[in-house]
Design a protein around this ligand. Structure first.
Ligand code: GLC
Length: 612
């Protein structure tokens, strides 16, 4: 794109932004003027190095769809103490093959009332114990020099109750109360409660609290110390957009729009995914396209697929460039527990029909719980109903059944709905923790196999695979959180433990669990980066294996064809396939006949067509 095209593009973007702004905030001349001034200012403040990166991204807008992408998410403190510490560990991060680093929330957030950093008290200040904004900019600059993009959360639905706006609102300043949802009495809040579900039914029931200092009721969808922002107020949109752009100017290239479906509230609705949410995301997208066009949005939409996909927007009017593939994640753990691939097959079938320009962020687990948002309409055909099924999955995955070696814990067990979710690291859920505890070497080998197979499945999917730091070494659950009064009530800390550098050192010692996992995952990542069949633009399809324990996936791209087979069962199983031609096992390089393939228990094959 040359300069003339870019200025035409910016003009068109500004026109669209103005129209959307007017539609949403009809009578808002002054606020619009303020927004335009803010955008100019943010653009003027954009560092030269970031402008260069923008130009490169504009020349290659699909850069993030390449098969060489590998993400890692980590909390700065538990990983390396400080931002400076992370800088010193970049060699390790790079050695994993990572080129996309998601730094979990690191902005100022009150200790003990932070929700893992998701209650931000100052969007322009780093938590002092982690470092400073200059340290963040230095880290992002180091990352860029190594070709690593940095992702940061933008917690846009709420602020901490300690944020200056909240403090002033609490002390009675109407202007700041108008930035939140304040009510004089409980009438309206009670009416909201009729239709708004609960996010934390056990750890923070209800969606409102009484603020005694203000003598008013405040909306708090998440924890009581997370006050929902009111985007009906254009100043909130302006100031939050300014905060987002400020972070982009510190070198953050990927913005994770935290809890985005919740940002618009209307009485009588679920207050999720309302049409205005899409207008707001599109407006933010445009603001970023004007000021920092290399920036990407990753939407955190933990909803069923029909609700997720609209956040991509349209081809002409995109919203988020990337979205979490949450249903596949949950369906994967369902498949581990039931050892029957039919749901996953169905889910893959749906994904494969979606336009290829949609980029999903694939993961086995993240910093949050695993919620059982499965396709129950599909499961109904097999006599599966939600509540007993969720109980089965939770029982299996926390090892409450004789035949299970998984070790997880429940999260937000809602007795009213029977809707508990689940926590645990990938390794502990795969049985590695139990096997090591029992010193059972057979069981350990079996659990490691499952863990590697799940990673192979992750890496077979189109999109960006993201590892939770530590999973590459088989990091186990951290039960220490039970003894920390601040964390004890939130079982998500089970899988957010400190990165264990002593354990990481064992990746170099042959035969250790760390070495087996690290080298296997690394090998898979290297193969994925090498073969064009893993590109997002590849055709992908489900291969019928005539065996409900074995998932078959085909991929084809520019002359390369891959057959991937995953055995989720506890015994060796035959995939009754009959693929013409000669294949080779990508991992061993050996010739392979892709007919009636016996896949060992918990194992997988990546078979590449020889003709390639
Ligand atoms: C997102 C985060 C989660 C947090 C919530 C509230 O869902 O992933 O950790 O609790 O937002 O900000």
């Amino acid at each position: 794109m040359d300069e003339r095209q870019r200025s035409q593009q910016v003009k068109a973007l500004k026109d669209e932004l103005r129209q959307l702004y007017q539609d949403l905030y009809s009578d808002s001349g002054a606020a619009w003027e303020a927004l335009v001034r803010m955008l100019d200012q943010a653009e003027a403040q954009r560092p030269a190095a970031m402008k260069e990166l923008d130009a490169r991204r504009l020349r290659d807008p699909d850069w993030f769809k390449d098969r060489n992408m590998l993400g890692m998410q980590l909390y700065v403190g538990p990983f390396a103490g400080t931002l400076q510490g992370v800088r010193e560990k970049l060699d390790y991060i790079e050695s994993c093959g990572v080129n996309y680093l998601h730094l979990m929330p690191l902005l100022e957030s009150p200790a003990g009332r932070s929700d893992g950093g998701y209650a931000v008290a100052d969007f322009r200040k780093v938590q002092p114990e982690l470092g400073t904004m200059e340290d963040l900019a230095a880290l992002t600059a180091d990352c860029h020099n190594r070709g690593i993009s940095v992702c940061l959360d933008f917690v846009m639905n709420h602020t901490s109750e300690d944020h200056e706006w909240a403090v002033r609102a609490r002390h009675g300043e109407k202007e700041f109360q108008d930035r939140y949802f304040f009510f004089d009495d409980w009438n309206e809040p009670n009416a909201y409660e009729e239709t708004v579900p609960q996010v934390f039914p056990q750890t923070a029931p209800g969606n409102f609290i009484w603020c005694s200092e203000a003598g008013k009721v405040v909306m708090t969808t998440f924890y009581t110390y997370q006050w929902d922002l009111n985007y009906r107020n254009p100043t909130v949109f302006n100031d939050m957009t300014a905060n987002m752009l400020y972070l982009c100017n510190q070198g953050v290239g990927i913005i994770r729009l935290d809890a985005v479906p919740y940002i618009w509230k209307t009485l009588g609705t679920s207050c999720r995914n309302l049409p205005q949410v899409h207008t707001l995301v599109r407006m933010m997208h445009i603001a970023a396209k004007i000021v920092c066009p290399g920036t990407l949005f990753l939407g955190e939409v933990v909803m069923e697929p029909s609700k997720v996909v609209p956040y991509f927007g349209t081809l002409e009017k995109p919203e988020c460039q990337m979205l979490y593939n949450v249903t596949t994640m949950a369906s994967t753990w369902h498949t581990v527990a039931v050892k029957d691939v039919r749901l996953l097959k169905h889910q893959m079938g749906i994904l494969f029909t979606l336009p290829k320009q949609y980029t999903f962020l694939n993961y086995l687990r993240c910093h949050d719980d695993i919620g059982w948002g499965l396709d129950y309409d599909f499961l109904k055909a097999f006599g599966v109903s939600q509540i007993p099924h969720k109980k089965y999955l939770n029982d299996y995955l926390r090892g409450a059944m004789y035949e299970s070696s998984s070790r997880g814990e429940l999260y937000n067990d809602d007795p009213a709905l029977g809707d508990a979710r689940l926590c645990g690291t990938t390794a502990s859920l795969c049985g590695i923790e139990a096997a090591e505890y029992e010193q059972n070497t057979d069981k350990l080998a079996w659990a490691i196999k499952l863990d590697v197979m799940l990673h192979a499945f992750l890496l077979t999917q189109s999109g960006i695979p993201v590892l939770y730091s530590g999973d590459e070494l088989g990091q186990l659950n951290d039960y220490g959180y039970h003894n920390d009064p601040v964390k004890a009530g939130d079982s998500r800390y089970l899988h957010r433990g400190n990165f264990d550098w002593d354990s990481a050192a064992k990746r170099k010692k042959r035969g250790t669990r760390q070495q087996q996992l690290f080298s296997s995952i690394k090998k898979l990542v290297t193969l994925r980066k090498k073969h064009r069949v893993f590109k997002s633009s590849a055709d992908a399809w489900v291969i019928e294996t005539y065996n409900d324990r074995v998932l078959g996936i085909g991929r084809y791209c520019e002359g390369e064809k891959l057959i991937a087979l995953f055995n989720f069962g506890d015994y060796d199983e035959v995939a009754y396939i009959n693929e013409e031609g000669g294949y080779k096992n990508l991992l061993t390089g050996k010739q392979f006949d892709a007919k009636n393939v016996t896949v060992p228990a918990h194992d997988f094959y990546w078979l590449l067509d020889n003709k390639a």
